[in-house]
Design a protein around this ligand. Structure first.
Ligand code: PEP
Ligand code: MG
Length: 589
């Protein structure tokens, strides 16, 4: 049994086999599998026979020894390196490991409860972290993260795999393929500092935030593989075909050669697309189209610049709030927003206010809601936490004087919410005025249309907003009642569902009538196979991952609005899925 509770079904060494999942980020990667087990995953619980208790304790001791050796080696390697400031952290981990809380207590739990080592460790960790809740001292409270990390290291050693984020980057990181049961968006965002070639997970849906970040990092990824984590061995050679959603384990020479060839072809394609970087995005009939980029962190700016995007259509600000205990204060946020606004040199930067909740939880958040996607998420969360909202609005407003900032409110569903959001912006402006702090008084305020209620009752929202942005990821999730992160319903997630298409078309139409700019910033905007359809619906502003901008531009440049109009009108009337797919294929031919 694997530590995450699933059966450890290994295969004969070096046997080639294929697994199928959902390709969520295109491209091909070839590399060595690296198994990842986080403490966030479920830990299996099973009983240990009384005569096996000391064997289980020895298994635990062995894992602790292994972690000790690993940490000592790490301490040695960072001491004289550029990362020498990490040495004290490694030493804290070593000290914790020697403490009876880790070296003795779990052994006692194994004996008393006659349970497996993973369960004993988990029980002990729960005990330790509960004690942290009562500690006032800031420094000591921060040690909780260290305690967790030490526990994670031991758990990973128990599972027989190396740790994910070894502080010391290993030589082969760049060709490592991460194999995980599941990864949170917070896990994936850390990849920026650890250049993995690709990742695959057993769980997850195509538009989960984890998948979205993979696309924005432009690394191939497959989700919903179901058993990869338990079947694949550490270090096995794997090919990840993120476009087809195919994972090939232990490929033979011929297969490897074929995929290397495809990899090269894709690289050449990308090189060719770079020539379009400074070409204006316009259709064959001369209509200008805005192609903007989505970002998660200020460090994405380089990718935005390389893509030649006309601005930032969506800055998912919540990623500034993740992987940390303390929320960023006003100054820290201001600096992050200012860097982006300044970096874009007068091009628009649409900063979405905190969209926390659902699959993007804050560290140390309260118990997850029963149904988080329908719970206190996004603007609902911000209105329930006015201080956090106010801090963010002040920071964005302060940054607005350095360029062209725009504020975007996510997940609007009711008029009252919109009014409260508008009032919160006004209050923040008032405060800054009184304090004599400079900001752009005309900073535009937009709303995300991602809940069917907002799309249907659009006139009531549009009056108070300067612009709209359609979040198709959530619009699809909420229209079709499909959890976008749940692989068991991923096959039902359908951007071409007639209900979805007619909502998008209606929003674009209503916005045009009201003369308000409207964009699409969900994943549909970066899907080249949908570019012509959206153009035909009247969309002129797309925001997507930087990595998709040039491919979408190429499609825009080869599209005649006059030519596609009749086909798009037919598609909008079609309601048989197979016919629809054929019609879209024709539209793109
Ligand atoms: C969307 O829902 O389409 C969107 C762009 O927002 P997010 O994916 O961050 O929920
Ligand atoms: Mg959304």
């Amino acid at each position: 049994m694997a530590a995450d509770g699933s059966p450890a079904t290994t295969h004969p060494q070096n046997v080639c086999f294929t697994m199928h999942g959902i390709g969520v980020s295109g491209g091909i990667a070839i590399g060595h599998a690296h198994l990842f087990l986080g403490m966030s995953t479920e830990v299996d619980h099973y009983e240990v026979a009384s005569h096996d208790v000391s064997r289980e304790q020895r298994r635990y001791d062995r894992a602790v020894r292994e972690v000790r050796d690993e940490l000592k080696e790490l301490a040695e390697s960072v001491r004289h390196s550029a990362a020498s400031e990490l040495a004290p952290f490694v030493n804290v981990h070593l000290m914790l490991l020697e403490d009876a809380a880790f070296s003795e207590a779990p052994r006692e739990i194994i004996k008393e409860q006659r349970c497996n080592a993973e369960w004993a460790l988990r029980t002990q960790l729960d005990e330790l972290t509960a004690q942290f809740d009562d500690i006032q001292d800031e420094y000591l409270r921060e040690r909780e993260a260290d305690v967790r990390q030490v526990a994670e290291r031991i758990l990973t050693a128990l599972a027989g795999s190396k740790r994910l984020f070894a502080i010391k980057p290993t030589r082969q990181d760049a060709d490592m393929i991460l194999v995980a049961r599941d990864l949170s968006p917070a896990d994936v965002i850390l990849f920026r500092e650890h250049p993995f070639a690709a990742f695959v997970t057993d769980m997850g849906g195509a538009t989960s935030h984890t998948a979205i970040i993979a696309r924005s990092l432009a690394i191939p990824a497959i989700v919903a593989l179901h058993h990869s984590r338990t079947i694949i061995r550490e270090d096995e050679i794997v090919i990840v075909d993120g476009t087809q959603g195919v994972l090939i384990v232990n490929p033979d020479r011929a297969v490897l050669a074929e995929y290397r060839l495809r990899q090269n072809q894709a690289r050449l394609e990308r090189e060719k697309l770079k020539r379009l970087k400074s070409a204006p995005a316009a259709t064959l009939d001369g209509t200008q189209v805005q192609l903007q980029a989505n970002i998660e962190l200020p460090s994405d700016l380089d990718a935005v610049k390389a893509s030649g995007a006309a601005g930032i259509g969506l800055f998912r600000s919540e990623f500034l709030f993740m992987n940390r205990r303390e929320l960023p204060d006003e100054d820290e946020q201001y600096e992050a927003y200012r860097d982006v606004v300044e970096g874009m040199k007068g091009k628009p930067v649409t900063i979405r206010t905190l969209d926390i909740g659902a699959d993007k939880a804050l560290d140390g958040a309260e118990h997850p809601a029963e149904n988080p996607a329908l719970g206190l998420r996004a603007i609902r969360y911000c209105l329930a936490e006015p201080q956090i909202f106010n801090t963010q609005l002040r920071a964005i407003l302060r940054a607005s004087r350095h360029g062209k900032a725009m504020i975007l409110i996510p997940m609007l569903s009711s008029y009252a919410e919109l009014n409260q959001a508008v009032a919160a912006v006004e209050r923040a402006k008032e405060e800054l005025k009184v304090e004599g702090v400079k900001f752009d008084p005309f900073v535009p305020l937009g709303g995300m249309i991602e809940i069917p209620a907002a799309a249907i009752a659009l006139p009531m929202f549009i009056r108070k907003l300067d612009f709209l942005s359609i979040g198709t990821n959530d619009l699809i999730q909420y229209t079709l009642a499909i959890d976008r992160a749940d692989d068991s319903v991923a096959h039902l997630y359908d951007p071409l569902h007639p209900a979805v298409l007619s909502l998008i078309a209606a929003v674009i139409r209503t916005a045009h009538q009201a003369e308000k700019p409207v964009a699409v910033c969900g994943e549909m905007a970066g899907d080249v196979s949908l570019t012509r359809l959206l153009l035909g619906m009247g969309l002129r502003n797309f925001s997507m991952h930087p990595a998709s901008v040039l491919a979408v531009k190429q499609r825009v440049l080869t599209t005649s609005l006059a030519d596609i109009a009749p086909a798009v009108a037919r598609i909008m009337k079609a309601d048989e899925p197979e016919k629809l797919v054929t019609m879209i294929e024709k539209l793109n031919a």
